[in-house]
Design a protein around this ligand. Structure first.
Ligand SMILES: [Fe+2]
Ligand SMILES: [Fe+2]
Length: 345
């Protein structure tokens, strides 16, 4: 058995670890770490890479360390990026879109929801956008839970029944369900509770995670009801207006500096509409060229005094609709809903 010198072991490691890096670059590193001349180190590396003639090439072809000879001055390529494209969900121009959000099924407010849907029906919309927190997923919360309230089946039934109801009320509309932070609880729960999947080979692991995460849409029967879903925190574009769920607006989510709309402006410095704040507000700023930037926060459609925040949350019921013209210009109507279902514009 031939015993390899430390320099040879290091040279083989360098060739495997940096296959695209020029031999001279590796030779300088090897010469420094093993007190060799650069030429000696380079010769060693060329032998390992099979660059010293046909015989050496034949002996090294097929091995990890083989590298075809490169022309002088060759520079390696930039490493491949694993980043995936992240694009908005674009609903285009020339439509009326109604927006309802923060329903938190099965802890919704029947009064607020009935009033909203009745009003929306009169508006004859093209699209219905459920802008996050359709589900509460109380049972999947990371916060301390009241065991008597955890009823996973009831949550699933409530979600599926709601989507069936939406489809029957708006039979010809495009219905889009954008995920909010509560809807994302399902995915987070899967990631936290399926550590064994990490041991699967990569391809199987991806499929397994996709199946488990996609199970939520399956149990809610989104496909059966013809409901499109928007995940991965992608904004929905209504013409030139981006619409998002507030937890996506920055690192700490939506803050309420004076009000939620101003908080949204301070986070994004651009025109947009967000849910999640559970409070109706609007904020506008004008710059020195008199260009206007406006932000809107929509109200919620859930119970206003949940057990974890009985008093002082200052939430209100509300929803919105947006008219988009043929070139992407838009008009937002952000309204509140009174205690008896009155629509307050
Ligand atoms: Fe919410
Ligand atoms: Fe939210």
């Amino acid at each position: 058995m031939t015993v390899k010198s430390p320099a040879r072991i290091e040279a083989e490691r360098l060739c495997k670890r940096f296959p695209a890096v020029p031999t001279m670059t590796l030779a300088k590193k090897l010469a420094k770490s093993h007190k060799k001349t650069i030429e000696t180190a380079r010769s060693l590396l060329r032998i390992i890479r099979g660059n010293t003639g046909d015989k050496a090439r034949r002996q090294t072809t097929g091995k990890d360390s083989y590298r075809p000879p490169q022309p002088a001055g060759f520079t390696p390529e930039m490493p491949k990026s694993l980043a995936e494209p992240w694009l908005p969900f674009d609903l285009g121009n020339g439509h009326r879109t109604v927006i309802l959000s923060d329903i938190h099924l099965p802890y919704h407010s029947p009064i607020a929801l009935q009033a909203t849907v009745k009003y929306f029906k009169k508006l004859k919309p093209d699209n219905v956008l459920i802008n996050g927190d359709l589900m509460d997923w109380y049972g999947l919360s990371r916060y301390q839970k009241d065991p008597s309230k955890v009823d996973f089946n009831a949550e699933i039934d409530s979600g599926s029944e709601f989507l069936a109801w939406m489809r029957s009320v708006f039979p010809n509309c495009r219905i889009i369900y954008k995920f909010g932070n509560h809807d994302e609880r399902w995915k987070i729960w899967v990631f936290n509770n399926a550590p064994l999947l990490e041991k699967l080979p990569k391809k199987m692991r991806i499929i397994a995670y996709e199946c488990l995460v996609g199970l939520m849409e399956h149990v809610l029967e989104c496909k059966n009801h013809g409901i499109e879903t928007v995940k991965d925190q992608r904004p929905v574009m209504l013409g030139h207006l981006p619409v998002l769920h507030g937890h996506e607006s920055g690192k700490a989510g939506l803050t309420s500096s004076v009000n939620a709309a101003r908080g949204l402006f301070l986070k994004t410095l651009s025109t947009m509409l967000a849910s999640h704040g559970h409070r109706t507000s609007q904020h506008s700023e004008t710059d020195w060229r008199h260009k206007q930037t406006s932000t809107w926060s929509t109200g919620c459609l859930c119970e206003l005094n949940p057990p974890y925040w009985r008093m002082g949350n200052r939430w209100n019921w509300g929803a919105a609709f947006v008219d988009v013209d043929s070139v992407g210009g838009f008009n937002v109507e952000n309204f509140r809903i009174g205690p008896n279902g009155e629509i307050w514009k």
